[in-house]
Design a protein around this ligand. Structure first.
Ligand SMILES: Cc1ncc(COP(=O)(O)O)c(C=O)c1O
Length: 440
């Protein structure tokens, strides 16, 4: 018999990215999960339209992954990550590089997307320095970008609400503009036609700062947390060309696009553009044990492998980098993805998904629809003077009606587990349609 957990003292836990006072007045508690559904503390089933937080790509409670974690905890709970190893971390790294885009043949383990981003930024700075180009200290990001919440990530990130409270951030950071262009691209199905020239913003910053001062540009191939911005056709290719021309490292933040979200293993595969460094997390262990993985090209790793062999080449790492539980969970996750064809399943479902999304066109409040792979963005007209209120109401209503959706401001972002069935896609969008009709 399920006990209602609302009798707990809810005050002690300062919840992350949550309206704490609202939540504690009307808690939304999840107590179990299996495949496509969560169970609430009052016994209701909630269809997961968000893969938890873009992370449970194979769905929930997957037996192989559960068993691997249980077994690993009993066999080797922890092994020191520095100057020591355990076999599963190496096995997992080898399997990851085998499925990564060509040339990305080394992996550095972290515990989250935010840590993957910090790691990638530090690698970029240190790489130029070990190569004798220590003047390349500038980091570039993009407006509306989300790269986690640590200081490097919010510095290169471009979401004002995540930046404005936290002082001056890192120095020597600049941003190219975002790619959102409602005047020309509203209701683009898939990649928008217009906006390749937004990539030329990078040339503008090179002209301003000089390439010799710029270490790297970090961008999300598809921007998620800002509310689903799909790159215009040709944009990522042009970004790659400009980075190459000026010796700027290109970092793709694939924390949400990695592991099948677009219907290919990585966005780099989907768009046919390979970065120099690729940050991942979330789907790497199907959201079970916290883990991130930063993929790097061979020449970056090799550049560090100089100097006396007893010295540490890269002064960076985490107590839990490649921890036994995470590595075991990751290995079982990859097996599950591969056995069930999940890394490409999104490609089979993408058209159906887009069709279901487009059925919302013309419904109240909908000002734009955006999609790529198994991601959808539904932008709602804000209530005058109350930005975010309509989006939040949609989220709350969804939970009441048995669907988990994610909202960012007045934009609904959907990213279901890749095991979703067509009838569940119908249910998700059917319920959203009813919610849109009922919203103020
Ligand atoms: C693109 C991107 N980078 C980084 C992060 C941060 O990941 P984490 O919350 O695991 O630190 C996220 C999280 O949503 C993300 O979407």
């Amino acid at each position: 018999m399920l006990q209602k957990s609302t009798t707990n003292n809810l005050e002690a836990f300062w919840m992350p990215f949550t309206a704490n006072r609202q939540f504690k007045q009307a808690p939304r508690m999840l107590v179990a999960a299996r495949d496509m559904h969560y169970t609430t503390d009052d016994g209701r089933q909630i269809l997961d339209g968000a893969a938890g937080l873009w992370c449970c790509n194979a769905g929930h409670g997957r037996p192989k992954i559960v068993e691997a974690i249980q077994k690993q905890a009993a066999e080797l709970d922890y092994a020191p990550a520095f100057q020591m190893g355990h076999p599963k971390a190496f096995e997992f790294a080898s399997k990851l590089v085998a499925m990564a885009p060509a040339g990305m043949d080394h992996v550095f383990f972290t515990n989250s997307g935010s840590e993957s981003v910090e790691t990638a930024l530090k690698m970029a700075l240190a790489y130029h320095r070990v190569k004798g180009e220590g003047s390349r200290t500038r980091l570039l990001g993009r407006e509306r970008g989300y790269h986690g919440v640590n200081f490097g990530g919010i510095s290169v990130g471009g979401i004002v609400g995540n930046r404005k409270m936290f002082g001056t951030l890192l120095t020597g950071v600049d941003h190219i503009r975002h790619t959102h262009d409602p005047a020309r691209n509203t209701f683009s199905r898939g990649q928008p036609e217009h906006g390749v020239e937004f990539a030329d913003e990078l040339e503008r910053l090179v002209t301003l700062h000089d390439a010799s001062t710029i270490a790297a540009l970090i961008i999300e191939p598809v921007a998620g947390s800002t509310g689903v911005l799909v790159p215009p056709k040709g944009y990522l290719q042009r970004i790659r060309e400009i980075c190459d021309k000026h010796g700027i490292l290109l970092i793709f933040d694939e924390v949400i696009t990695g592991f099948g979200r677009l219907g290919a293993p990585f966005a780099a595969d989907y768009f046919g553009v390979t970065p120099d460094i690729m940050t991942t997390a979330k789907g790497v262990t199907n959201g079970t044990v916290p883990m991130g993985a930063v993929f790097v090209k061979g020449e970056i790793y090799d550049a560090f492998m100089n100097g006396p062999e007893h010295l540490i080449e890269f002064a960076h790492g985490y107590t839990y980098s490649g921890s036994p539980l995470a590595a075991a969970a990751g290995l079982a996750t990859l097996e599950t993805y591969q056995e069930e064809g999940l890394l490409t399943r999104g490609a089979e479902l993408a058209d159906y998904w887009a069709g279901a999304l487009w059925s919302l066109k013309g419904l109240p409040h909908v000002v734009d629809l955006r999609n790529c792979g198994l991601i959808a963005g539904i932008e709602l007209e804000p209530i005058a003077g109350q930005p975010g209120k309509r989006g939040f109401s949609a989220f709350l209503k969804g939970f009441e009606d048995g669907i988990l959706i994610r909202t960012t401001g007045d934009i609904i972002a959907l990213s279901p587990p890749l095991i979703i069935e067509k009838h569940q896609i119908d249910e998700l969008f059917g319920k959203i349609a009813e919610i849109l009709k009922s919203l103020d």
